[in-house]
Design a protein around this ligand. Structure first.
Ligand SMILES: [Zn+2]
Length: 325
């Protein structure tokens, strides 16, 4: 629903540094290290080393043609997989695709092991480098971070836009992550796939193309709305239907029905405070007419990042529907 704004303090190279810091101990003899021990203990380059970096593992697997790494990832660097923008990821996904061989490839699973890096490397990067407030898929729930005993905790889940079990090689890709609420990520989206539009893409223009529209039941066409049930809100896309599946997958229309009270309240306020009343208040208080309007209707500034507060998109679209700005 809302595009992720990476412009502030988001340094993708820091993510790469973090992921690159992941090291495997070559000499540990437990099961978790089986692949590393088997492949690296006897290779001359690594005889005098105690640890090996994740990127080195990737490059070595290509070099020794492990599990077809040299074919699958031909011409694709580790950095490109980790930091490639959404368009690049889409191209890689199209080229490598998905098959049982890919999904069951133990070496791919080993290198791109999300579960192992999730807490310490990935979630912590998002906590420190992106101001996350609400779910980018729905704009309904807060998913912010908070502190407990000086330690950061968070309310977000990181959705893999391209599912990690279908495309395991994209499991650590920065622009494949969408901070989202539990309902959107686990209960609704799951492994479902829809076109190549992700809130992490610079081409994601849901907010421009899709708007909340207000509908009134026949009995109140004169705008004399008495009850919440007399109104209906629906997301409508203009001139195309690219986001139809997106709206359907996240059950956006159905979920927003439960929040019609916000719109009902806006309509009631619009009735209570017509232009003439607002001008009276201006004369009475000396406060600028536009400011009074903004305060009463909680109007949202044009340049405000809509992801900062829940329902910002709904409020902004309905403000236009009611001609409040
Ligand atoms: Zn959500």
């Amino acid at each position: 629903m809302l595009q992720i704004d990476y412009s502030k303090k988001f340094d993708k190279n820091k993510y790469y540094e973090k992921i690159s810091k992941k090291r495997f101990n070559i000499n540990i003899t437990d099961d978790s290290n089986k692949i590393i021990r088997k492949e690296f203990q006897n290779i001359n380059d690594f005889l005098d080393k105690k640890t090996i970096k994740l990127e080195e593992v990737y490059n070595k697997f290509k070099e020794i043609k492990k599990d077809n790494f040299h074919i699958i990832f031909e011409g694709i660097s580790f950095k490109c997989l980790i930091l490639g923008n959404f368009r690049t990821l889409h191209k890689i996904k199209k080229r490598i695709g998905t098959s049982d061989d890919i999904k069951k490839n133990e070496s791919i699973k080993f290198v791109f092991n999300y579960t192992e890096l999730r807490e310490t490397y990935i979630s912590s990067f998002f906590e420190d480098n992106l101001t996350i407030s609400t779910c980018y898929y729905c704009n309904i729930d807060y998913i912010n971070s908070y502190n407990v005993d000086k330690k950061k905790k968070n309310k977000f889940t990181l959705d893999h836009y391209y599912d990690k079990s279908t495309y395991p090689y994209l499991a650590l890709s920065l622009y494949n992550f969408v901070p989202s609420c539990y309902a959107c990520n686990s209960k609704l989206k799951g492994i479902k796939e829809f076109s190549n539009l992700s809130p992490s893409s610079i081409k994601f223009d849901f907010n421009q193309k899709v708007k909340f529209r207000l509908y009134l039941t026949d009995s109140c066409k004169d705008l004399n709305i008495k009850l919440e049930k007399n109104i209906d809100i629906k997301l409508k896309e203009r001139y195309s239907d690219e986001y139809e599946k997106y709206i359907e997958v996240f059950k956006l229309n159905e979920r927003y029905q439960a929040h019609k009270d916000i719109v009902f309240e806006m309509i009631k306020k619009a009735e209570l405070y017509p232009e003439s009343r607002l001008k009276e208040l201006q004369d009475l208080t000396g406060i600028n007419y536009q400011q009074i309007k903004k305060d009463i209707f909680n109007l949202i500034d044009d340049n405000m990042d809509l992801s900062k507060k829940p329902f910002s998109k709904l409020i902004k679209d309905i403000t236009q529907e009611l001609n409040l700005i």
